[in-house]
Design a protein around this ligand. Structure first.
Ligand code: AMP
Length: 379
């Protein structure tokens, strides 16, 4: 089976690495000549908007997927007329626009924090006034890794945010004083089979994911099943095939029967950075399960691997210490994406798995001490 992947970044690279043992082959299309996945299959260097390149890309493929959620929907529709594409254009369209995404969450019965769209200064001022300060101002499209957003704590911040971002349609959100952040990775196959990974607890620095720990140390069976229920509804509503990630804020609320509220912030219609730990920590990685799902194969177990009580992932952002230093960390697995070092850029990650949950704090402290003096998050 020859699978086409739109985007040839690190996610495409890890998809291919997971797919070769299943006998799958890959063809990538990416506008960047030096993409991390270019050595892992056929590589077409072209813009996503180049229809003659898309037609050449599609020729002979069994199916198409994407590893980048800002691929133009038109490119996916163009390809879908020639070859099956999973997940489809609908999921991509919903996830690309923060307003459509939040509306989809609400329609599926997920709890979300208050928000309001704004395209004009009048709408912006009204949204900020009704939501109150602090609030978070985000461009509706093309924002990721903290790009295209600002926190307004005083009126002057809102003014500055409007001056910087107001030429784009915006979404204004209430600032959520969350206790911590989690994500759920869910996968649904072409036959409707579903699997859910354990909730992952994430920390962000400057809007960029820095660490993930799974299962989330403060996870409870009730929180896990609430997140699974939410994800199942979104998978069904989008008739979704593949891995879907949903990020949540966990807010302490004594008036809630469980003591916490789970507010859906955003989703990614693809494999996700907060699931990289699954390569070493789960019985089947998110990458393999995405491929199984889109290829119509049975899904693999999404539970922790035998002997793993907890897994943690630390992103290398901007710069990386020499690989030998990474490997000196006990239990560390290094993943370097072959990207040039640049501030704010994800260039690799390290995963560590422990058989005792108590070792995580010690392990992560040691990892940060060894790895973070070298790196520049650009934050
Ligand atoms: P996003 O691009 O929406 O995932 O935002 C990136 C990160 O910014 C989130 O993971 C949070 O850490 C923070 N953030 C985003 N929106 C809010 C909000 N409404 N309230 C508080 N923090 C937020």
């Amino acid at each position: 089976m020859l699978i086409g992947i739109l985007g040839a970044g690190q996610l495409g690279r890890m998809l291919a690495l997971a797919g070769y043992p299943l006998g799958l082959r890959f063809r990538f299309l990416d506008p960047a000549a030096d993409s991390p996945a270019r050595w892992l299959g056929e590589f077409l260097h072209a813009e996503f908007t180049d229809q003659s390149a898309l037609a050449r890309f599609a020729r002979g493929l069994d199916l198409v997927t994407f590893e980048f959620e800002n691929v133009p929907v038109e490119a996916v529709e163009f390809l879908a007329a020639r070859v099956p594409v999973f997940p489809g254009a609908k999921a991509l369209r919903e996830a690309q626009d923060r307003l459509a995404e939040k509306t989809c969450f609400q329609a599926c019965g997920l709890e979300v924090h208050d928000f309001a769209p704004a395209s004009t200064r009048v709408e912006f001022d009204a949204a900020v006034a009704s939501l109150g300060l602090p609030c978070v101002i985000k461009t509706r499209r093309m924002g990721y890794d903290g790009k295209g957003q600002a926190v307004a704590r005083v009126p002057a911040d809102a003014d500055a945010a409007w001056n910087r971002l107001g030429s784009h349609p915006l979404l204004i959100e209430k600032f959520v004083p969350f206790a911590y952040e989690v994500s759920i990775l869910a996968v649904r196959s072409r036959t409707g089979e579903v699997a859910f990974y354990p909730l992952t607890q994430n920390t962000h620095e400057g809007g960029i994911l820095r660490t993930s720990i799974a299962p989330a140390p403060r996870e409870t069976p009730e929180l896990q099943s609430r997140a699974e229920g939410y994800a199942a509804r979104v998978l069904d509503a989008l008739n979704y095939v593949g891995v879907l990630a949903i990020e949540f804020f966990v807010v302490e609320d004594p008036s809630h029967p469980s003591g916490v509220r789970l507010l859906a912030n955003e989703m990614a219609p693809r494999v996700h950075n907060s699931g990289h730990w699954t390569i070493e920590g789960a019985r089947t990685s998110q990458f393999e399960n995405h491929l199984r799902a889109i290829a119509g194969l049975p899904l693999g177990s999404a539970t922790l691997r035998e002997g793993v009580a907890r897994a943690a992932m630390l992103n290398l952002i901007g710069r990386s210490p020499p690989v030998a230093d990474l490997l000196r960390l006990p239990h560390a697995h290094a993943h370097l994406y072959g990207k040039e070092e640049r501030p704010g850029r994800k260039i690799g990650h390290v995963t560590m798995c422990w058989s005792s949950p108590g070792d995580v704090d010690r392990g992560m402290t040691e990892a940060r001490r060894l790895l973070l003096p070298h790196d520049e998050s650009g934050a």
